[in-house]
Design a protein around this ligand. Structure first.
Ligand code: PEP
Length: 256
C-alpha cells in the first residue's frame, strides 16, 4: 500500500501565541503547504492550538500537541486530556518524546497509558522511540528500540496501531546537528515495521507510518525520507522558521 508521507514539526517550548500566529500567516503566504502525497502537521505548545486552528482551517496543515495526560478529566492540576486537545484543534499528539522521557521521568508504563488513551480518542499518536549513543556504539539499537516499542504498545489493539506513526529518533541526532545517515534511518524504519508485523500482522505493519527525526533540515530532508520504509520526518529546530519548514516540506513533496 502507498502510505502518505508525513512531515511533522515539533516546536517544543518555543513561541508566544502572537509569534505562532505570525508564523502561520507567513507559512501560508508562501503557497500550498504539502500535497496529496505529503501531509503536514505542526505540533505546537497546546496554548496555541485554538488560535492556529482558525488560521490553518482549509489549508491542509494539521495541528498536533506535544504531550497529553491519560485521564479524561479530574483533579490533575496542569494536565490536558485527549478530548481537550481534540476540541482545541489537534489531530495528532506526540507521545514519549525523548525529552519527556529524560527530563520529566516518563517511564514506559506512563507512555503505554498515554498511548492507550490516545488510541481510544480522535487523536492520532506519534510515538517516539530511539536509542542513545552508547546503545548505538554497542550495536544495541534494535534491542533498545524493540524494547521501547513492545512496552509502549502493550494492550494496544490492531485498530490503534493502524493509526500509529512511529518516529524513530536516535537520541544522538536530536538537536545535535548530526543527522543519521539515510541508510541508518531506512534500516531502523524497516526494523520497526518488521517488529510491528511480529507483534500484530502484515496488514497493520503496512498501514502504520514510520518517520525519522533528528536534525533534519532542507538539505538532508529529501535523502532521509526517500526509500520505501521512511514515511516522513519529525522536524524540531528547523520547524521554527516558516521559510525553512516550507523548504523541507517542498523538498519531500516535490520528490514523492
Ligand atoms: C525532535 O525534537 O523531535 C527533533 C527531531 O529535534 P531536531 O530536529 O531539532 O533534532
Amino acid at each position: 500500500m502507498t502510505r502518505r508521507k508525513l512531515i511533522a514539526g515539533n516546536w517544543k517550548m518555543h513561541k508566544t501565541t502572537a509569534q505562532a500566529i505570525q508564523f502561520a500567516n507567513e507559512l501560508l503566504s508562501r503557497g500550498a503547504v504539502g500535497s496529496a502525497k505529503t501531509e503536514v502537521c505542526l505540533c505546537v505548545p497546546s496554548v496555541h492550538l485554538y488560535a492556529l486552528a482558525g488560521i490553518f482551517e482549509g489549508s491542509g496543515v494539521k495541528l498536533g500537541a506535544q504531550n497529553v495526560y491519560y485521564e479524561d478529566e479530574g483533579a490533575y492540576t496542569g494536565e490536558i486530556s485527549c478530548g481537550m486537545l481534540a476540541g482545541a484543534g489537534a489531530g495528532y499528539v506526540i507521545v514519549g518524546h525523548s525529552e519527556r522521557r529524560a527530563l520529566f521521568a516518563e517511564t514506559d508504563d506512563i507512555i503505554n497509558k498515554k498511548l492507550l488513551a490516545v488510541c481510544s480518542s480522535p487523536l492520532n499518536p506519534i510515538l517516539c522511540v530511539g536509542e542513545n549513543l552508547e546503545q548505538r556504539e554497542a550495536g544495541a539499537e534494535r534491542q533498545a528500540v524493540g524494547d521501547q516499542l513492545e512496552a509502549a504498545l502493550r494492550d494496544i489493539g490492531v485498530r490503534g496501531v493502524q493509526r500509529l506513526t512511529v518516529a524513530y529518533e536516535p537520541l544522538w541526532a536530536i538537536g545535535t546537528g548530526k543527522t543519521a545517515l539515510p541508510g541508518q534511518a531506512r534500516e531502523m524504519c524497516a526494523f520497526i515495521r518488521s517488529k510491528i508485523e511480529s507483534l500484530y500482522d502484515g496488514h497493520a505493519a503496512d498501514r502504520m507510518r514510520c518517520i525519522y527525526g533528528g536534525s533534519v533540515d532542507p538539505v538532508t530532508a529529501h535523502d532521509i525520507v526517500s526509500g520505501a520504509d521512511v514515511d516522513g520526518a519529525l522536524v524540531g529546530g528547523a520547524s521554527l522558521k516558516p521559510d525553512v519548514f516550507f523548504d523541507i516540506v517542498n523538498s519531500v513533496s516535490n520528490h514523492t
